[in-house]
Design a binder for this molecule. Structure first.
Ligand SMILES: [Zn+2]
Length: 104
């Protein structure tokens, strides 16, 4: 995935990344422009299912566009006003769904 520096727009390099949950990764990124030198951390989260997995992980819940649209339809006017935990270093919103039954 191509990443650009938010300050100067130069292509940046992902120095290291690790999984923080099934649906989130954090990456440490460094701008390649030596005159800028910006270095930062990003958190990437799977936010929307476009095509469902054929081998779904029961611990993973990523809403589909249909469920997102119906949730939005229930709250007219609530487009980007959903309260969101924007704290850095914390849990980036990962939640386990209620247990979806067991194999057996
Ligand atoms: Zn830069």
């Amino acid at each position: 995935m191509r990443v650009c520096c938010p300050h100067c727009g130069t292509t940046a390099r992902i120095r290291t990344s690790r999984s923080v949950s099934e649906i989130s990764r954090e990456a440490y990124i460094q701008c390649q422009n030596y005159q800028c030198g910006h270095s930062w951390k990003e958190i990437q989260t799977a936010s929307l299912t476009i095509v469902p997995s054929k081998t779904p992980n029961p611990r993973v819940y990523i809403p589909t566009s249909a469920s997102t649209e119906s949730a939005r339809a229930r709250q007219p006017g609530a487009d980007e006003t959903t309260p969101r935990a924007a704290q850095s270093g914390g849990d980036p919103g990962h939640r386990y769904p209620s247990p979806a039954g067991r194999d057996g």
